[in-house]
Every structure is written in structure tokens, then in C-alpha cells.
Design a binder for this molecule. Structure first.
Ligand SMILES: Cc1ncc(COP(=O)(O)O)c(C=O)c1O
Length: 392
């Protein structure tokens, strides 16, 4: 029997606070897409109560009727302080930031700033499926530079993609996912420096989606793309949305390196009106006051990652688990199970567990599934038991 790990953080593990009955009362996508008999471990929502400072800030705003449009630089300043404390990076200048409605819409706006209709955007599959959808929806072309077999950036493939993308002399962007969803890979300073140098050499503009940055495993260091001297012309997106489970409170920050400030300045101010003012208040409170809560969460995620490894070894030993160092997502290589391209479909139909299907993640996604670890150890344990039972 796999034993449940114990909470060791100073604050209680938020992943252990809520039971299934209470979670099923939620009306968000995670809980309302599938029937009640399905355990949902798919979309990137967390089964946690909100951090108390966030609840206080939002409640105070509502009590005050402070529900107008966002203004000011408090979000950027809170992120700058968080970045200095967490990543020892003090390079966030509020005048090189802009509030955007969310990370994906921010990415779209930034790609629009540096490319034109029909231009290529490079991505590293397997990667977060909306990258493909948004790029094609905004009339750009996806160029794939797949991750290597070790699920890290393949600099050779990237250079090849940069070369192909710019062969006609046009503009190109690279949408980098850092840390990487779904693998949880944390790119090193050396890898990111090589990316920045390659991008400069080929005239490709880098837009780094760093939404998962707060969610590294304890002891793992995240390297902000714009912290690298070679990335001065880079653009980045950050948000408290994933780290503190705030996707229902829409807001994010677009950041420009010193050499990209003029690009960001061309973004229409109205883009920022799409963010919710109460959301900005919530994100600011999270970054400023809820770091202890985040640390307890990260410890809980790491503990769940270990629990999952043990459960799979015991009940589904043919499944290979990539040892991610960030995000609360686990990328499962199910090819040895012989379930075809869509193992998640089998786990759903026969096991009543909803994982994310691997195919929409692009090249490298077939035969894989993504599991959301941001739940209680009990639910995670039950999910793996159901997955194993589905194959008997
Ligand atoms: C890599 C990545 N980018 C963006 C998003 C979505 O962020 P937002 O809701 O702020 O657009 C997610 C959500 O899971 C994600 O994993």
C-alpha cells in the first residue's frame, strides 16, 4: 500500500482542505464538464480554498463597491517585489509593464505587436493546446520545434524552426512556455540564454509565457526570461492566476525587456480594460501577502508528485511519469499500455477519471495524458485506483 505523505510546511497544505462533497458544489469548468461519477483531474484549476489574504482583499473591495476599471501599477509593483524575493531578480520596471486581460490574450496582443497576418509563430510541442488555437485564430502560422526525447528544449530543432520561419525574410515570433506545460520542465539559464542568442541571430521575437513561474518545486529555481542580458528584446507574460488559482478573476501582466519597451508601448491602452479591477486587486494581494500559502501549496504539490509516482509504480507500472520540477501537472507516457493515441479516453470511459488527452498538445502528445496533481492525496489515490481498475 502506498502511504500518504505528511504536510511539513509552516502553513497547512491547501490541497488537504477540501473534500469531494464541497468541491462538487463548484460550478467551474473542472467540476461541471463531466457527470458526477467522474473524478476530474484535467483542466488547470486547483482543489484549494483561496489564500486568506486574497479573500480579504476581494471582500474589502466588494464591501467598498470598488468595482470599476483597473488603474495604477500596484500589480506590477507586487510582482516586482515577488520576483526579487523568489527569483532574486529586480529587473521589473513598472513602466515596462501593462495589465492585460489574461495570459493568453496578452500573448495574442504581444504576438500582434511583433508579427503580421500570416507570419509564423514557433512553439515547442507537446505544449498547452490553446497555443495552437490562439495562434491560428489570430491568422498566424504554427511552426513546431518539438521538445527533445528528454522533454527539454531541443536547441537544434529550435534553430531549424527559426531558420524555416524566417527563410522568406518575414517576421516571426517564438511563444516559449516557461516553465513548460505539460511536462513541468524548468528551463535553465544556459538554455534560455541560448534561446535568446538564437532568436537574436535569426531576428525572431520571443514571447515567454511564464504563468507557471510561481509553481516550481521547493528547491528548484525559476529563471525569468527577461532576467537574462541576452533577452533585452524579449517579451513576457506573468500572472498570479495559476499559482493562487485565480483564473476566474481575469488579469495578467505583460512585461517588456529594455529593448522591447517601444513595442509594448504600442499596445492599445484599452487592452488593459479587459482585466477585472477586482481581479487585479486579488492578484496583487496574492503576490504581496500570500507567499506562505504558496510555499505550503508547492510543498503539497511535490508531495502529491511523489505520491503519484508511488501509486503508478504499484498499480500502473507500465506508465512512465516525467519527473516535472514545476506546475501542478503530470505528463504520463501511457504508450506501453497499448491503449492507442488517446489513453485519456479509455480512463474516462472505463475508469470515470477525466485527464487531459495528449493529442491536442501537438507532436509528442499521442499516447500521453496530462494529470492535474492539485487535489487532495485521497482524490489522487482514488483516481489512480480507478485508472488501474479500468485496465483490468
Ligand atoms: C502555459 C499556460 N498559459 C496560459 C494559461 C491560461 O492563462 P490565462 O487564463 O491567464 O489565459 C494556462 C492555463 O493553464 C497555461 O497553462
Amino acid at each position: 500500500m502506498t502511504s500518504l505523505p505528511h504536510d511539513t510546511a509552516a502553513e497547512p497544505d491547501p490541497l488537504r482542505a477540501l473534500g469531494l462533497e464541497r468541491l462538487r458544489r463548484r460550478t467551474s469548468m473542472k467540476w461541471r464538464t463531466y457527470p458526477e461519477d467522474v473524478l476530474p483531474l484535467w483542466v488547470a484549476e486547483m482543489d484549494v480554498p483561496l489564500a486568506p489574504p486574497v479573500v480579504r482583499a476581494v471582500t474589502d473591495a466588494l464591501a467598498l463597491g470598488d468595482t470599476g476599471y483597473p488603474a495604477g501599477t500596484a500589480y506590477a509593483e507586487a510582482l516586482a517585489a515577488f520576483a526579487a524575493r523568489s527569483w532574486r531578480w529586480d529587473g521589473i520596471a513598472a513602466d515596462r509593464t501593462a495589465i492585460v486581460p489574461d495570459v493568453m490574450l496578452g500573448a495574442v496582443e504581444m504576438i500582434r505587436l511583433v508579427t503580421g497576418a500570416g507570419d509564423p509563430v514557433i512553439v515547442n510541442p507537446p505544449v498547452y493546446p490553446p497555443f495552437f488555437m490562439f495562434i491560428t485564430h489570430m491568422d498566424r502560422r504554427v511552426v513546431e520545434a518539438p521538445l527533445g526525447a528528454d522533454l527539454r528544449l531541443d536547441l537544434g530543432a529550435l534553430e531549424d524552426a527559426f531558420r524555416r520561419a524566417t527563410a522568406g525574410g518575414g517576421r516571426a515570433a517564438y511563444l516559449l512556455c516557461s516553465p513548460h506545460n505539460p511536462t513541468g520542465t524548468v528551463h535553465t539559464a544556459a538554455e534560455l540564454t541560448a534561446v535568446a542568442e538564437l532568436a537574436e541571430r535569426h531576428g525572431v521575437r520571443v514571447v515567454a509565457d511564464e504563468i507557471h513561474a510561481p509553481l516550481t518545486a521547493p528547491g528548484t529555481s525559476f529563471v525569468p526570461y527577461l532576467s537574462l542580458p541576452a533577452a533585452a528584446r524579449g517579451l513576457s507574460l506573468m500572472s498570479a492566476s495559476k499559482g493562487w488559482n485565480l483564473p476566474g478573476l481575469k488579469a495578467a501582466l505583460a512585461l517588456a525587456g529594455p529593448g522591447a519597451a517601444a513595442d509594448l508601448a504600442r499596445m492599445p491602452e484599452e487592452v488593459g480594460h479587459g482585466a477585472g479591477h477586482v481581479a487585479v486587486i486579488a492578484h496583487t494581494a496574492a503576490l504581496r501577502e500570500a507567499t506562505g500559502w504558496l510555499d505550503a501549496l508547492r510543498t503539497g504539490i511535490q508531495s502529491n508528485r511523489r505520491l503519484l509516482a508511488g501509486l503508478l509504480a504499484e498499480h500502473l507500472p507500465a506508465v512512465r511519469l516525467h519527473p516535472g520540477e514545476a506546475t501542478y501537472l503530470a505528463w504520463l507516457d501511457c504508450r506501453a499500455l497499448g491503449l492507442g493515441d488517446d489513453p485519456a479516453g479509455v480512463f474516462l470511459d472505463r475508469g470515470r477519471v477525466a485527464l487531459s488527452a495528449g493529442l491536442p498538445f501537438g507532436t509528442g502528445g499521442a499516447g500521453h495524458a496530462r494529470l492535474n496533481l492539485a487535489t487532495s492525496p485521497e482524490i489522487l489515490t482514488e483516481a489512480v485506483h480507478r485508472m488501474a481498475a479500468a485496465l483490468r
